[in-house]
Write a protein that binds this ligand. Structure first.
Ligand SMILES: C[S@@+](CC[C@H](N)C(=O)[O-])C[C@H]1O[C@@H](n2cnc3c(N)ncnc32)[C@H](O)[C@@H]1O
Length: 319
């Protein structure tokens, strides 16, 4: 599918798709309520989830499994129009499908990128460094982190800066600049101010939240909220309810309501707008944009039309 095709977002109405699916007897099992797993298993499940992703990346280590998301800057133009040396945290970066267009589209932006697989981080480094991107060694900072299980490291924003940021916006990041951490040439050395980098201007969650168990999503989003500077943006894109890939899951792959586990142990949740709205508003975000992207694409080999549904959203931390 071309970048343009992925960007056009209204090939069909989501409401029409909803009616078709909900009235089709062969899809009824997707709509049934689901009995919860015991809450005491939650912690174990969370670490099992990242183990499954580690195995996934190990199996796909030779190829560039995720292709570059060339539509990303059209969906999120603020990544281009933002102030010099803005900082982005790409959560669950995989091998850099979203990192590359961001670094390429804005030569002053600084990208921190985490994943729960060190193998994919190594691969991301190789791909990013071989992509002839301006001053990439100073602007790309990958690090290992399971954000849903352990949260983010304190060097992104420490407790005292969280406090002072909420009292007085930008105080810490001014200290960071005065300390010579970011300069005009775009060179950037993190953690030189002694405490932390003072939070980030953007967090991107691109097809990562759906990999987190539903019960862990709210604390995981809270983590994203806490590393954002006041007024910062969270950029969200993920699987939407009744996406073709959801309807392909067999009944035994259901592990929750709208939650499925693939044979390799990685999971996928399919979001409706209300769930996204509740999750983000629940931790204090202001909703700026939230919609379904509905795209028809043709599988040429099988001659079949596929209905893809994604959720696109922008949320702001209050200033
Ligand atoms: C579908 S990929 C998306 C990759 C990338 N964001 C993109 O735009 O293509 C999901 C990524 O999230 C990572 N991931 C899943 N759960 C995670 C967690 N709890 N903490 C950090 N990364 C996680 C996986 O290893 C995988 O690389």
């Amino acid at each position: 599918m071309s970048a343009e095709a992925e960007y056009f977002s209204k090939d069909f109405e989501w409401e029409t798709l909803r009616q078709e699916i909900e009235n089709n007897p062969s899809y009824q099992y997707h709509l049934l309520p689901f009995t919860d797993t015991p809450s005491q298993q939650l912690e174990i499940q969370a670490s099992e989830d990242s183990e499954a992703w580690k195995r996934f990346h190990h199996r796909h280590s030779s190829g560039k499994f995720f292709k570059e998301r060339r539509y990303l800057l059209k969906e999120f133009p603020e990544l281009v129009s933002c102030k010099e040396f803005s900082k982005v945290l790409e959560v669950g970066c995989g091998n850099g499908s979203s990192v590359i267009p961001i670094l390429r589209g804005n030569k002053d932006i600084i990208v921190y990128a985490c994943d729960c697989s060190s193998e994919t981080l190594e691969r991301a480094k190789e791909i990013v460094h071989s992509s002839s991107i301006f001053a990439v060694q100073n602007r790309f900072h990958p690090f290992f982190c399971d954000f849903a299980f352990t949260g983010f490291p304190k060097w992104l924003v420490c407790d005292s800066c969280i406090e002072s940021l909420s009292l007085k916006q930008q105080e810490c990041s001014t200290d960071v600049k005065e300390g010579g951490v970011a300069d005009k040439s775009g060179s950037y050395l993190s953690r030189e101010c002694g405490c932390c980098i003072g939070g980030v201007d953007f967090v991107s969650l691109i097809f990562t939240l759906s990999a987190v168990p539903l019960k862990k999503m709210s604390p995981a989003i809270m983590e994203c909220f806490s590393v954002l500077k006041p007024g910062g943006l969270l950029l969200f894109r993920d699987y939407g309810l009744y996406d073709m890939t959801m309807l392909r899951f067999e009944q035994e792959k259901r592990v929750g309501f709208r939650e499925y586990m693939r044979s390799d142990g990685t999971r996928s949740y399919f979001f409706c707008l209300d769930t996204v709205r509740d999750l983000f508003a629940g931790v204090g975000f202001i909703e700026l944009e939230l919609e379904y992207c509905c795209v028809k694409s043709l599988n040429r080999r099988k001659g079949k039309s596929m209905q893809r549904v994604w959720v696109h959203g922008k949320f702001q931390k209050p200033a």
